[in-house]
Design a protein around this ligand. Structure first.
Ligand code: SF4
Length: 365
């Protein structure tokens, strides 16, 4: 691309950004810690979902030492519902490294940023450009779409060849001054104007220079990615109650959502029926024979590419002593205190149902 065309594209986009950018809580923030938190939360997550989490997180953990010194449960509790929980664990692991190696001050060197857990090329470039004014370009889904159309780049968007063209193009287009604003401007253009369907080309600052616009190919670029089908999983869970307390277990390190608490659950295979497995789970969990369980609800949710249907049952243990009531990774907790534990979204929905039924029961008594 000729340097004069590049200068025009840069100027037009930055002017458009100044006049049209959305007012978001992480705009005009130069603190690298806050930039880092916002960038990590925004990975795979919609802006509107992130806004309340971002505010709450920074209020509770206003700086790197506060995050480094917090308990994992406290961090996961604030993250619950945002999904992709390894992000929260990596944030804390990185905060601890920053305290140990950099005295708690966020490193300003791109290689040091990139070496932190959970920080890839995109996040390192976003922090380096937005918080430190360094000329590192970013490529995310929005940038890929905009540049693919602007430059007429065909091919599988996630392929190594296309990704490497996109990173090169983004770097060439990036101005030396205001790289952070420019990076955010391209992402903003993708999020608000150059949308996946029906982009508003008439309002786009690059409309006169855009290959896809000239060719009428806006909707066919980027090409569709060939993804595999989502995996379906059928699971059963059981809410076991004993003298007003509920049994919860901490998820083991071999499973997704590690360190979260949950009601005992199991994946169903072949011809296993959910109610039988729930009764068996309940018996194993408390060491007493439980013959029957009652259906409570069905929760449909997703974890990464798995689509999960969770059939939830409840069982009351009326007699007998509970086996190992205080074993590690298990707790018997009253309804009021369950809110103090970190639950991911499926368990939170079960908890909401328990609170609802308990409220209804106390109104009718
Ligand atoms: S002109 Fe249309 S397709 Fe091209 S970058 Fe702008 S919004 Fe996207």
């Amino acid at each position: 691309m000729h340097s004069s065309k590049r200068a025009i594209l840069q100027k037009r986009l930055l002017r458009w950004y100044e006049e049209n950018r959305r007012d978001l809580p992480w705009r005009n923030v130069a603190d690298p810690y806050a930039v880092w938190i916002s960038e990590v939360m925004l990975q795979q997550t919609q802006v509107q979902s992130v806004i309340p989490y971002y505010g709450r997180f920074l209020k509770k953990f206003p700086n790197i030492p506060a995050l480094a010194n917090a308990g994992t449960d406290a961090v996961l509790r604030l993250w619950a519902g945002l999904g992709y929980y390894s992000r929260a664990r990596n944030l804390q692991a990185a905060a601890r490294i920053i305290v140990e190696r950099f005295g708690g001050a966020f490193p300003g060197n791109y290689a040091d940023i990139l070496a932190l857990p959970g920080i890839g090329r995109y996040t390192a470039a976003a922090i380096a450009s937005i918080a430190f004014g360094q000329a590192y370009a970013v490529v995310d889904g929005n940038v890929s779409r905009v540049l693919t159309r602007l430059l007429g780049i065909s091919g599988e968007p996630k392929s190594i060849a296309v990704q490497s063209r996109l990173w090169e193009a983004a770097q060439r287009l990036l101005p030396a001054s205001r790289p952070g604003d420019f990076n955010q401007a391209v992402m903003e253009l993708g999020a608000t104007i150059c949308t996946p369907r029906q982009p508003e080309c008439s309002s786009c600052p690059w409309t006169r220079h855009c290959w896809a616009r000239q060719q009428g190919r806006q909707e066919s670029l980027p090409e569709k990615a060939r993804g595999g089908p989502a995996r379906k999983s059928h699971q059963a869970a059981v809410v076991v109650r004993h003298r007003g307390r509920y049994l919860i277990l901490r998820r083991s390190s071999q499973r997704l959502l590690k360190d979260f608490w949950e009601f005992p659950s199991v994946e169903l295979h072949n011809r296993q029926t959910a109610s039988e497995m729930a009764a068996r789970l309940a018996s194993e969990a408390c060491g007493l024979k439980i013959n029957s369980v009652e259906p409570l609800m069905t929760v449909k949710h997703s974890i990464t590419t798995r689509r999960i249907e969770l059939q939830v049952f409840q069982a009351e243990v009326e007699r007998g002593a509970i086996l190992e009531p205080n074993a590690p990774g298990r707790r018997w907790v009253g309804l009021k205190d369950l809110g103090r534990y970190a639950f991911a979204s499926a368990a939170q929905r079960i908890l909401a149902e328990l609170r609802k039924s308990s409220g209804a029961a106390s109104r009718t008594t």
